[in-house]
Ligand binder design. Structure first.
Ligand code: ATP
Length: 367
């Protein structure tokens, strides 16, 4: 945060947040998140102007497309966004093969950093107790075919029996994700682990490793080490509590962050933010969970904590203590609720989505 920017404290002002409900359990966890964020921000001394925007299955019905241009245009003018999970695999045939809603937003606004914390919460049986790390995943390149070409797809099938994929790694993308990781490490335990596979993918992930090491020289107070991705998978299981910030390319980060989510608790508790220098979007790590949608059983924790991350990101960016405080309120309220033994079925508890939300709301207002 800029030293020259004054922090605003307790002043009544409104933050404009775009809200996209999504599909499946999005219809339950997004309204719950809206309630919790409104309560926490109000208790901290500010207010939220909510802007509901169609995206996904509902937008197909109302706008003839899952990603209306009007939604993308509106997002540009808002402070931050909360995105519910999408079940794009279930969309009708004309929309198959298109960028999924979340991907369309990430691409349009170049949200290059996917920040995925994994922290074992008190009251949750974690496979790796004490895990408290953040995976910083490069979000725009690598082998992901929907992200690495200006036009067309990065996958090809020259014959029905041969498939090729192009992986893209650029110095610019490595530099900016490395700066995000080292900056984050400075606010934590000052340790960055670079994850790559430079012994095999020596040019692509080798460039990723080398640029991260170069950037790290600008942060001499941060300890740097590096691991091959396969070794890292084993190390996370064996001694996952030893890691602090893990920076890696797109696909490795996608896979490792699901692993760290489960090792620290469950997918239902794993938050994330997708961010650029100027925009940020809260998005739970899990999907739309169609198997439990509509049953009031979904765990809203991941989206609550994602929204808290968004408020903290906005607070840091704008020098706004009320939003930092609102984010902290949500985190304390979620942690306090789970530590008190109130949990949804995925964590072995008996609470419904709405019962869990009521408990978190009460705590967010009280503290
Ligand atoms: P995607 O590919 O969109 O990530 P997916 O099908 O791989 O989706 P999810 O939709 O995340 O995976 O669901 C995986 C499993 O985890 C399902 O059994 C689902 O019910 C469960 N699950 C996911 N999120 C939650 C949640 N918030 N609360 C409870 N259970 C969840």
């Amino acid at each position: 945060m800029s030293d020259t920017r004054a922090m605003t404290v307790g002043r009544a002002h409104a933050v404009r947040i775009g809200l996209m409900t999504g599909d499946g359990i999005g219809h339950e966890i997004v309204p719950a998140t809206q309630q919790v964020v409104s309560a926490a921000v109000a208790a901290a001394g500010a207010a939220v102007d909510w802007v509901a925007l169609p995206l996904g299955r509902d937008a197909i019905d109302t706008h003839g497309t899952p990603v209306p241009d009007s939604t993308l245009d509106a997002l540009d003018g808002l402070d931050g966004w909360i995105l519910g999970p999408h079940d794009s695999a279930s969309y009708p045939a004309p929309f198959q093969g298109q960028l999924p809603p979340g991907g369309a937003i990430r691409k349009r606004f170049d949200l290059f950093a996917n920040i995925r914390p994994a922290r074992a919460l008190t009251g949750v049986a974690a496979t790796v107790p004490g895990m408290d790390l953040v995976v910083v995943r490069e979000n725009t390149e690598g082998l992901y075919a929907d992200r690495n070409m200006f036009v067309g797809s990065g996958e090809f099938m020259p014959t029905p029996d041969v498939a090729l994929a192009v992986g893209v790694v650029t110095r610019r993308a490595c530099e900016r994700i490395a700066h995000a990781a080292f900056t984050l490490a400075r606010s934590r335990r000052k340790h960055v682990t670079i994850v790559h596979k430079a012994n095999v993918l020596s040019m692509t992930t080798g460039l990723f490793r080398d640029v991260c090491v170069e950037v790290g020289e600008q942060y001499p107070d941060v300890v740097v080490d590096d691991e091959h991705v396969d070794a890292m998978a084993a190390l996370l299981v064996r001694r996952g509590a030893d890691f602090d910030v893990v920076v890696t390319e797109n696909m490795f980060g996608d896979i490792l962050s699901d692993l760290t989510a489960e090792l620290s608790g469950s997918l239902g508790t794993a938050p994330s933010v997708n961010a650029s220098e100027s925009k940020a979007m809260a998005q739970a790590a899990h999907g739309a969970a169609p198997d439990i949608a509509g049953h009031n059983r979904a765990n809203p924790t991941a989206l609550f904590l994602s929204a808290a991350m968004l408020l903290e990101w906005l607070g840091e960016k704008n020098g706004d203590r009320t939003l930092l405080s609102a984010g902290q309120r949500i985190i304390r309220a979620v942690e306090g609720t789970i530590a008190a033994g109130v949990a949804t079925a995925d964590l072995g508890g008996l609470a419904s989505t709405s019962e869990f939300t009521e408990m978190v709301l009460a705590r967010a207002q009280r503290w």
